[in-house]
Design a protein around this ligand. Structure first.
Ligand code: 5AD
Length: 446
């Protein structure tokens, strides 16, 4: 059996894609290995969202070059978003690479790897291709919680973002294909799915007949044995009242919303081409909390977007406080080739970005910790997904609002169970809890 070493960078969709690639290659008699030095084929699934993500790949390729010197038969492949965007640069900076292919070509990974092994010269595949649902996956994949890609691509054209150039136009998988995938995951023990798309709330517009994410929730909700539905990532621009109602009414959809804000300044939002104002964003948050008071929000923020002044930055700080996020991902603006913002004249110096990044993280810590404290004393539903990182004798799980809870399972509960836990202590990054009485503790699903 040939050996495959797979390295994944970037977002959840890349994790999903890597799992598919492993499954497809296993069908061709490849087995996964953790040891790069033992591999016949090494694939890097890459990310292009920020320059740092790309630099990580080049530095890894530098390390792998030594392996190739020892074993000339080794095939090194680069796949995913950076492969799509930087094909020529990859071959120029890393001539040890044998194979480059973008995400549309994943379904053909077996054939592409064989060609690279046989031909002994670089193989390149970065064209457009129709979206296909790949169902093969390795048998040892984590089944309790699973990602399910429901659509790919993005047509929003935010001025900072490369995704429209790496993942292409919006293309959705038909609801029946999504449901079939969820059913097969549940049959293998999955309790929670996260529906994935770059703009997942634009789901279904391209299908005939057209559908939407709210209707998909209903269909997925009907899968017996599934306990929880999450989804990511959304754009405030497409957020309809119908989706808000569905979040309230569809029982398995969790009270957790990742809603990227990017900036709290209207001037910057306009320059980013986000399609909403801070007032509109606040209205959405209010409508969502009105529908579901327990709703937790997380978000993405970019600091140091071209033209961002101290006043713009302060407006972002103020929004973080006002919304009261449960989690915030902060990124320093990174100039991406081919995007409009990369050409904007008033680029912000790196030292200013670093300073704002640091200051914002302090605000985030304070805000998220105070949100966490609100949960103290409450009894929450927890899906047990592992053991506590700090004390392995304890169990760990997540609430529907996506908080980590550690607690003593008292030998009565195990991984995969859904239990009720009373929060005894709210720490900044996790909760501590106590299992409810036996009669109340274990529930099969909500
Ligand atoms: N620079 C910094 N952050 C970026 N993101 C997207 N493009 C860039 C960029 N050029 C961030 C956004 C997005 C998240 C996935 O990555 O905040 O929501």
């Amino acid at each position: 059996m040939a050996k495959l070493h797979l390295i994944t960078y970037g977002c959840q969709m890349n994790e999903y894609d890597s799992e598919r690639v492993a499954g497809l290659l296993q069908e061709r008699d490849y087995e996964l290995t953790d040891d790069a030095a033992a591999a016949d084929v090494i694939l890097l699934n890459t990310c292009a969202i920020r320059e740092k993500a790309e630099e990580k790949v080049f530095s890894k390729l530098g390390e792998l070059k030594r392996l190739k010197a020892d074993r000339p038969g080794l095939v090194i492949g680069v796949m995913g978003c950076m492969a799509q965007l930087q094909t020529k640069t990859v071959f120029r900076r890393a001539p040890q690479v044998d194979l480059v292919f973008g995400s549309p070509a994943i379904a053909r990974v077996g054939e592409l790897v064989e060609r690279a092994r046989r031909e002994g010269r670089p193989v390149l595949e970065t064209g457009e291709a129709p979206l296909v649902k790949i169902t093969s996956k390795p048998p040892d994949a984590n089944r309790l919680k699973a990602f399910v890609t429901v659509m790919e691509g993005c047509e929003k054209h935010c001025t900072f973002c490369v995704v429209p150039r790496t993942r292409g136009r919006e293309r959705s998988h038909p609801p029946a294909a999504v449901v079939a995938e969820v059913e097969s995951l549940v049959a293998e023990g999955c309790r929670e799915v996260t529906l994935l798309g770059q703009t997942v709330n634009a789901y279904g517009r391209d299908l005939t007949p057209a559908t939407d994410l709210a209707e998909l929730f209903e269909r997925v909700n009907d899968v017996d044995g599934l306990a929880r539905i999450r989804f990511t990532t959304s754009n405030p621009y497409n957020l309809t009242p119908k989706l808000i109602r569905a979040m309230r009414d569809v029982s398995k959809v969790c009270e957790w919303f990742h809603l990227p804000l990017q900036s709290g300044s209207d001037r910057i939002l306009e320059r980013m081409n986000r399609g909403y104002t801070r007032a509109q964003y606040l209205d959405l948050v209010a409508a969502l909390r009105d529908a579901e008071p327990a709703m937790a929000f997380s978000t993405d923020i970019i600091v140091g977007f071209p033209g961002e002044t101290e006043a713009d930055f302060e407006a972002t700080v103020e929004m973080i406080e006002r919304v009261g996020y449960d989690n915030v991902f902060v990124f320093r603006y990174s100039r991406r080739p081919g995007t409009p913002a990369a050409e904007m004249p008033d680029q912000v110096p790196e030292v200013v970005k670093a300073d704002r990044n640091g200051r914002l993280l302090q605000v985030v810590q304070r805000v998220t910790a105070s949100r966490s404290r609100l949960l103290a004393g409450r009894t929450m539903e927890v899906l047990v997904d592992g053991t506590s990182r700090k004390s392995p004798g304890e169990l760990s799980g997540r609430t529907r609002c996506n908080r980590v809870v550690n607690f003593d399972g008292q030998g009565r509960v195990g991984i995969g169970d859904i239990v009720h836990v009373r929060v005894t202590e709210a720490l900044p990054h996790s909760l501590r809890g106590a299992l409810e009485t036996p009669e109340e503790a274990v529930c099969s699903s909500k």
